[in-house]
Design a protein around this ligand. Sequence first.
Ligand SMILES: *Cc1c(COP(=O)(O)O)cnc(C)c1O
Length: 351
Amino acid sequence: MSSPTPLRPDLSALPAYVAGRTVAGAVKLASNEVALPPHPHVQQAVAEAVALGNRYPDITVSALSHRLADHLGVAPERIAVGCGSVALCGQLVSAVCSPGDEVVFAWRSFEAYPIVSVIGHATPVPVPNTAAHGHDLEAMLAAVTDRTRLLFVCNPNNPTGTALRRAELVDFLARVPEHVLVVLDEAYREFVSDPDVPDALTLLDAHPHVVVLRTFSKAHRLAGLRVGYAVGPADLVAALRSVSVPFSVSSPAQAAAIAALDVLGELEADARATAEEVGRMAAALRSAGYEVPETQANFVWLPLGDRTQDFVAHALDHKVVVRGFHPDGVRVSAGAPEENDLFLAAAAAFS
Ligand SMILES: *Cc1c(COP(=O)(O)O)cnc(C)c1O
C-alpha cells in the first residue's frame, strides 16, 4: 500500500493558470499574442542557435543584457533576464518575501500574481478594481500593511486594458511606504497610444523601490520562446539572478530576443497598427451596445458579468476563441483584421 505523496498542504488552494484555448479550425483571440509569426530575421537567429543546442546557454545572459542596456540606457547590472516575465514575477516573490509576507495587486489583473505569491509562501492580497475597471490606487495603498513586501501594478492592466496616467502613478509611488517594492509590469508597453501613460523606465531614477517588468512575448512575437526582463536597482537584480533556475533562458531564446531588437522599428510599427485595430474593435463593439473600457493594450475587455460564459460559448460557435474570466468578463485579443471582423460579427449576433 503506497501512502499519498507528502505534498505541501497549501498547494490544493493554488489557483490554476488558465491558458487561452487553441481550437482546431477556430481563430484564437485568447492569449494576447500577436497573430504574426516571429520576424524572419528572428527565425534565422533561432535556427542558428538551435545548431549549437548541445551546449548550455550563457548562464549570465550577458550578450542580451548588454544589448538591452545599450537600448534602454541603463547599466547591464540593473537588468535581469528571465524565462518570460512571469518567471521574474516568481523570482521577485522569492527574492523579497519571507513566509507570510503579503503581496498586493489589483483584481482582476494578471492571473499569475496570486499564483506566484502562493508558490512563494506569501499571502496574496487582491484589491478590487474601480467601477471603470482600472486599478483602485487608494484602496491598494490602504491594503498595505507592515507585512506587505511587494505590490504589483500592471500598466496597462491585463485583462481590462486600462492604464494609469503619469500624475496618478507618480503620486501613488510617492505614497507607497519604503518597505514595499513596487513592480510596474509593462507587458503591453508597445501598444500604448496615449503619451500620458508613462514609460515606467522614466520613473526608476526617482524611485529606488521600483522595478519594471517587460517581455518579448507580446509585441516582439516571441511568446513561445520565453524571454522577459526586469530593470531595477542593482542589488535587487543581483538577488533576482541568485534565485533564478540556472540556465532557464535557453540559447534560442537569448538569440531570438537579440534579433528582435535588431528589427525593433518594424515590430513597434506593427504594434501601433495593432493598437489601431483595437481602437476599431472597441468602436464597433460600443456601436453594437457593449460597454468597452478604455484600452491601451492589444485587447479589449467586455465586462459581461454573469453572461461571460454564454458569450465565450457563442463566440466559439462562430469559430472564435476568446478568454472568459468568470464571473467578471471576457478579454478579446486583437488578431489579424479579418479575424477581428469574424469576432465583431459574432459579437453583433450575441443577444
Ligand atoms: C503576457 C504578460 C506577461 C508576460 O509573460 P511572459 O512570461 O513574458 O510570457 C507579463 N505580465 C502580464 C501582465 C502579461 O499579460
